[in-house]
Design a protein. Structure first.
Length: 87
């Protein structure tokens, strides 16, 4: 059976949120492994969110925003301003 490849979206809310999350994480000077050590979010799950392959739950958005010390609404507002945000 051939392996199934994950297709990364070119745009959409998942892609836009993932890019915002990566920007916030990098601005905080944290690696994906650092996020795992800081708040226990699995590195592969975080990677999937950042690539726009996985859509985070509301609970996860709150958890991530707490980890980086910003409001969840600030993350969503940044996502909405992203050039990748197309509904």
């Amino acid at each position: 059976m051939p392996l199934r490849r994950q297709v990364q979206p070119k745009s959409g809310p998942e892609k836009a949120f993932g890019i915002v999350l990566r920007e916030i994480r990098e601005a905080a000077g944290m690696s994906q492994m650092g996020v795992y050590k800081h708040c226990g979010i699995d590195r592969t799950y975080l990677s999937a969110i950042e690539r726009g392959v996985q859509s985070p739950t509301l609970r996860m958005i709150v958890r991530l925003s707490n980890a980086f010390g910003i409001a969840p609404s600030a993350m969503i507002k940044r996502m909405e301003r992203s050039r990748f945000y197309r509904v």
